[in-house]
Design a protein around this ligand. Structure first.
Ligand SMILES: [Zn+2]
Length: 188
C-alpha cells in the first residue's frame, strides 16, 4: 500500500514541530525491493501467528489522538518513546528474551508490526527483527545524530518505534532496532 495523504498527515501530526520541516516519509526499505521467496512467505503469512480472538487493529486507518489523550492511555515510558521519539535504555525490555511464537503489535494502537519469525538476537539490548509486516511501518529521516539513520513509525497511530540499519543478518541484511516498550507481544 503506498503512503496515502491521510497516512502522511497522521504521521506528520505525531512529529514534534521542530523536526516537522525535516520530515521525509517514504516507503519502508522492505517494501521498495522484491524479497526472496522465504522472506516474502514470512512477511505475508503473519496472520497465522495471531492468537485466536486477539484484539488487534485490522485496519491501517489513521488513529489520531491529542497528546493529552495519549497520556491517558500510555504509561510514561510508552509515551516518551511513542509520542516523543525517546529511546529506552538498552537491555531493559523483557521482549529481548522473548522466544515464543507470536505477534508483536504497536503498544499505541495494536497494529501488528512484527512476528516471532522475524526476530533475531542482535546483541544490542533492543528487540531486533530482520524484516517487518508489509505496509504497517513508514520511514522518516532522523537528523538527531550526525550519521543519518532511518527512523520508522507505526502507520496507524504515527507512534515512533525504532530505527532500521543495514547491518542485519542475511538474506535481508536489515536490522529493525525496536524499543521494546513500544511493542506488546501476543503469544500465538
Ligand atoms: Zn500504532
Amino acid at each position: 500500500m503506498p503512503l496515502t495523504r491521510r497516512t502522511f498527515l497522521a504521521t506528520a501530526a505525531a512529529v514534534p514541530l521542530s523536526f516537522g520541516a525535516l520530515l521525509a516519509l517514504r516507503r519502508a526499505p522492505a517494501d521498495a525491493a522484491p524479497m526472496s521467496g522465504a522472506v516474502e512467505e514470512i512477511r505475508t503469512t503473519w496472520r497465522t501467528l495471531l492468537p485466536k480472538g486477539a484484539a488487534v487493529s485490522t485496519t491501517t486507518e489513521p488513529l489520531v489522538r491529542s497528546n493529552d489523550e495519549w497520556k491517558k492511555v500510555l504509561d510514561p515510558k510508552q509515551y516518551d518513546v511513542l509520542r516523543q521519539e525517546g529511546t529506552e535504555y538498552p537491555g531493559t525490555s523483557p521482549l529481548n528474551n522473548e522466544k515464543r511464537a507470536g505477534v508483536y503489535v504497536c503498544a499505541g494502537c495494536a497494529l501488528p508490526l512484527f512476528t516471532s519469525r522475524m526476530k533475531f538476537d542482535s546483541g544490542t539490548g533492543w528487540p531486533s527483527f530482520f524484516t517487518s509486516i508489509p505496509d504497517h511501518l513508514a520511514m522518516k529521516k532522523d537528523f538527531k545524530i550526525i550519521v543519518e539513520r532511518d527512523e520508522y513509525h507505526c502507520v496507524r497511530c504515527g507512534g515512533h518505534q525504532g530505527h532500521v540499519f543495514d547491518d542485519g543478518p542475511p538474506p535481508t541484511r536489515q536490522r529493525w532496532c525496536n524499543n521494546g516498550v513500544a511493542l506488546r507481544f501476543l503469544p500465538a
